[in-house]
Design a protein around this ligand. Structure first.
Ligand code: ARG
Ligand code: GLU
Length: 656
């Protein structure tokens, strides 16, 4: 049974290797030969071996997973690396103080000895990836029950990982399931842990436009920062040491200064985090009608409370700017996603697809699978809603986090915000969830206090009271909410394993790509504007002129450095390109990814998507889904004109 399944999938994936109509997809680098003809037809001048090879150096050797959730790319033979400003943000922040405010003023190491180490920061190079499906599914048959199957799969994976990891120092391995466990890949990485900060623009450039412009076009953010990877004398990973030397990478990108124009072929090579392109209409309906709207409403309350105090005090604004940004980021994305799902009628379109699927599946082993999924979602959604509520309400209260975590960072804490958040979030939690989802301690205390205000006063007056409430909520969440959610999700995923096969057999001429899972992928498309609404067309390239148009010393997010105004006023820089749009299919994790032209030269750094297209995590609409990249020429301009760090350009390679 299991063997049959593997064989079948291989055949289906090969059958799918035809031209795709749209620029949708995040493709596996090691199987890029299946896409290369389509890429070349659309403009690529490279071969599959240029993109991915285990025997000789290829573009994949110039790309890293930066930290835990971003991408970075090598741009010199001395370990120099580009990523986004928002990816380097916490490291830049950790080096900042009142005397040296690198977030505000920017930072430029004048020489190697000024580069700043970042304990805890790692970068991972992919050495190779292999299809290990047969090894992972060895001995797994449908005669075993679900739990035994899962246990055997886990054991097989552990064996593979252990064998690979012990081969060489600095090597780590992992096995990831693709297509809901229809295919498994081994990923072998080399992990470097001495990574130093080399340069960053001031936030007024690197975060220009702040939350107002986030997820939006036209965009003018110089969202980059620069790091350098260090290794021991033999080029191997090592802990930080002043004796370490800059890494000589197997490969680094050549930078193109010839720019982009509408229609140009581009591709993005990076680590997209998570997508769900093949899910059932019931999951989309839950996201669109329940999850997104409720989470947006809860975050609106928290953001308004933070903003009220941030507007009153400069000190509070600094303390909460990072927290505000992270709450606002997903909040804004969900709004675009919900709107996009509705506008594209994704639920009815999927329902129609499921009806056609079932008509086709009648009499096969796939019959009834979509109904089974609908039933499982009906069972999961109420408790999953409770799970999401915990995470968006009571678990966000800092007082309760502090009560359980002695290492909580109190430096960036402002109690009046937290007190108001306590009252608002505890109230929302209590009013929106059935009592079965609440711990007995919560119900008891609720009966004792005359109001939520009174309860709040007691919690903020007594460490014991805070700890008792925090423990009760956390214990209940981890004992009674999270486990059933995990179990139901596991059952759902098992059904998806079959549904995925069914979809592949049902649509034999469709190109299937695996959902994103923070492993290396290739997305390709072309530079293109879009129509966000009736009568509006957005051009795909923004310029310095637009920065000057937005410039406003009275608005924090639009107050550019005086030096940039002065340069502009000299004249001649109006058309300096800043950002551009393309149709590449990307998601969170692709931040910092190299954006490449037909020759494979670096033309930009990916950092965002347009708001109207954020439903691409569920459904990609080629009309409206766009990734946003920083034009590498703006990065070079800022290094030179604002950072006065033109010496960094000396180690980069430029295409003529
Ligand atoms: N929206 C981008 C991403 O998802 C950038 C986020 C950081 N920038 C910000 N203004 N919050 O991560
Ligand atoms: N800014 C996102 C990141 O940090 C990329 C935007 C997206 O496509 O979700 O990965």
């Amino acid at each position: 049974m299991a063997m049959k399944r593997i064989f079948l999938l291989g055949a289906l994936l090969l059958a799918a290797a035809v031209h795709s109509k749209a620029d949708e997809g995040m493709w596996l680098p090691s199987l890029i030969s299946q896409r290369i003809a389509d890429m070349q037809a659309k403009g690529l001048k490279l071969s599959a071996e240029d993109l991915y090879s285990v025997n000789s150096s290829s573009l994949k050797d110039a790309i890293v997973l930066f930290g835990s959730g971003c991408t970075g790319e090598l741009v010199s033979d001395e370990g120099l690396l580009f990523t986004n400003h928002h990816c380097g943000y916490s490291f830049i922040q950790s080096h900042s103080s009142v005397e040296h405010d690198y977030l505000k003023d920017g930072f430029w190491a004048l020489n190697r000895s000024e580069e700043l180490p970042n304990p805890g920061l790692t970068v991972r190079f992919l050495e190779r990836m292999d299809d290990v499906t047969a090894l992972v599914l060895k001995g797994v048959t449908s005669k075993l029950d679900q739990e035994k199957q899962a246990a055997l799969i886990k054991k097989n994976i552990d064996n593979i990982v252990q064998k690979e990891s012990n081969k060489e120092k600095g090597i780590t391995a992992q096995v990831n399931a693709l297509y809901y466990g229809n295919q498994y890949f081994l990923y072998v990485f080399k992990v470097y842990r001495d990574v130093r900060l080399v340069g960053a623009p001031p936030s007024s450039i690197g975060k220009f436009g702040g939350e107002t412009d986030n997820w939006m076009w036209p965009r003018h953010t110089g969202d980059f920062s620069i790091f350098r990877i260090y290794a021991d004398k033999n080029g191997n990973p090592a802990d930080y040491s002043p004796d370490n030397i800059p890494l000589r990478p197997k490969k680094s990108f050549t930078i193109s200064r010839s720019g982009v124009k509408e229609g140009d072929f581009t591709f993005v090579y990076g680590c997209p985090g998570s997508t769900q392109e093949y899910v059932h209409s019931e999951d989309v309906r839950y996201i669109q009608d329940v999850s997104d709207p409720e989470k947006i409403a809860l975050r609106t309350i928290r953001l308004n409370l933070m903003k009220k105090y941030m507007d009153q005090s400069q000190a509070v604004r600094i303390q909460y700017s990072s927290k505000y940004a992270s709450v606002a980021n997903a909040w804004k994305k969900w709004q675009g996603e919900e709107k996009g799902l509705r506008k594209n009628r994704v639920v009815p379109v999927k329902q129609d697809y499921e009806a056609r699927f079932e008509a086709w599946a009648a009499g096969t082993r796939f019959e009834g699978i979509t109904q089974r999924l609908a039933q499982l979602y009906a069972a999961r959604n109420p408790i999953f809603r409770a799970y999401e509520y915990y995470r968006e309400t009571v678990l966000t209260i800092e007082k309760l986090q502090m009560a359980r975590n002695p290492r909580f960072n109190k430096k960036d804490y402002y109690q009046p915000i937290d007190e108001e958040i306590f009252v608002a979030m505890m109230t929302a939690f209590d009013q929106s969830l059935d009592d079965v989802y609440k711990p007995q301690f919560f119900l008891d205390r609720r009966g004792q206090y005359s109001s939520m205000e009174a309860w709040k006063d007691a919690v903020f007056a007594s460490e014991d009271e805070a700890k008792a409430l925090a423990d009760a909520l956390n214990d209940f969440f981890y004992a009674s909410i999270a486990p059933p959610v995990a179990e139901l999700n596991q059952s759902i995923n098992l059904v998806y394993r079959d549904y995925m096969q069914g979809q592949m057999e049902f649509e034999r001429e469709r190109s299937f790509y695996p959902d994103a899972n923070l492993t290396l992928r290739v997305a390709y498309g072309h530079v293109k504007g879009y129509r966000p609404a009736d009568a509006i067309y957005y051009q795909p390239v923004s310029t310095l002129r637009g920065i000057i148009e937005k410039d406003n010393p009275d608005i924090f997010d639009y107050n550019i450095p005086q030096a940039l105004r002065d340069i502009y006023n000299e004249g001649g820089y109006e058309d300096q390109p800043v950002c551009f749009l393309a149709t590449n299919h990307t998601t969170g994790g692709n931040s910092g990814s190299p954006v490449l032209n037909a020759e494979g030269n670096l033309i930009g750094i990916n950092f965002d998507r347009v708001w109207e297209g954020t439903m691409s995590d569920l459904v990609f609409d080629p009309e409206i889904c766009r990734n946003i990249s920083l034009d590498v020429r703006y990065l070079l301009f800022i290094i030179d004109k604002i950072g006065h760090a033109g010496y960094l350009l000396d180690e980069m390679h430029f295409a003529e």
